[in-house]
Write a protein that binds this ligand. Structure first.
Ligand SMILES: Nc1ncnc2c1ncn2[C@@H]1O[C@H](COP(=O)(O)OP(=O)(O)O)[C@@H](O)[C@H]1O
Ligand SMILES: Cc1ncsc1CCOP(=O)(O)O
Ligand SMILES: [Mg+2]
Length: 267
């Protein structure tokens, strides 16, 4: 059996057997998130209708749910898909975009948390608020440093028995017992809309590839973004050229480069 113990080994395994990932994501993110998954080597499908989302979760290898552009109909699809994934033992990832902003979002996220996501991925303001803290988030944008969210992430991981990933200048991942920080990326990343949403979908792709090691899969997805982001920033004139360079850098990233350059340290 192939061992998938490093981010590079997981990336290689994903490309050898591209997983089908059901992404319930927002209107802003759909295109870039699908392109990110294709560039990384996975097979994305944006399927959210209540009439089919649960059935589709039965054929996908992982599911991701993002509440960015929420509506009542979408919530029905999210619930059906999350229930189907959980009952089939498939990993699913929750991205609680701006959940602190309105009661509608807060209630939707509370109901989704009750369906036991395998991974929760958010920016610092979102994770602080999920743990009941005072967040300074503005709409979908974080206004808090990741360091400030580390305690919240640990608490949330223990309470939910999930892997929690907080992203920002230095990312933080914990399962409640283990914790790491991941350096890399670029300050241009939050200047391009929906890159966080795309990362959530990529976490789903890695989780589908290594369901036996969800913590490692989450670290691998974040490390992939960190190194592709650094690479893309080298020649970028601003967010526009960064955006297409990022897709190229993701597609060009190989397992050896990822393992050689990833900067992951115990926290
Ligand atoms: N200041 C920064 N420097 C380096 N990388 C960053 C920075 N801010 C965000 N990133 C990276 O951008 C990606 C998206 O994260 P983030 O912007 O936190 O998500 P969201 O879009 O949900 O707010 C992650 O890979 C993260 O590491
Ligand atoms: C701008 C916007 N509005 C609703 S969802 C969305 C995209 C948010 O993307 P991200 O969380 O990756 O910044
Ligand atoms: Mg986000």
């Amino acid at each position: 059996m192939q061992t998938k113990t490093t981010p590079g080994a997981m990336l290689k395994a994903m490309r050898e057997k591209p997983p089908l990932v059901q992404c319930i994501t927002n209107y802003v993110a759909m295109n870039i998130a699908a392109n990110v998954l294709l560039a990384a080597g996975a097979s994305p499908a944006m399927v959210h209708a209540a009439e089919e989302a649960g059935e589709f979760a039965g054929i996908a290898s992982a599911l991701t749910i993002n509440i960015g552009t929420l509506s009542t109909q979408w919530i029905d699809g999210m619930q059906a898909a999350a229930k189907a994934a959980t009952s089939a033992g498939k990993p699913w990832v929750l991205d609680p975009v701006a959940h602190y902003a309105t009661a509608f979002r807060r209630n939707a996220v509370a109901d989704l948390l009750a369906l036991r996501p395998t991974v929760i991925r958010g920016n610092a303001s979102e994770i602080i608020a999920l743990a009941g803290g005072e967040s300074r988030g503005q709409g979908v944008d974080s206004r808090d440093p990741v360091k400030q969210a580390e305690g919240s992430a640990r608490w949330l991981a223990e309470r939910q028995r999930a892997v929690v990933a907080v992203t920002g200048a230095v990312d933080f991942v914990t399962d409640g017992e283990r914790a790491v920080r991941i350096e890399g990326g670029s300050a241009l990343m939050p200047q391009v809309t929906a890159l966080g949403c795309s990362l959530t979908c990529l976490v789903g792709a890695f989780a589908a590839t290594a369901p036996e090691d969800i913590f490692g899969a989450t670290v691998a997805a974040l490390s992939t973004f960190a190194i592709a982001g650094e690479e893309a920033a080298l020649g970028a004139a601003g967010p526009g050229s960064f955006s297409w360079r990022f897709l190229d850098a993701l597609a060009a990233l190989d397992a050896e480069t990822l393992d050689a350059r990833a900067r992951i340290s115990a926290a």
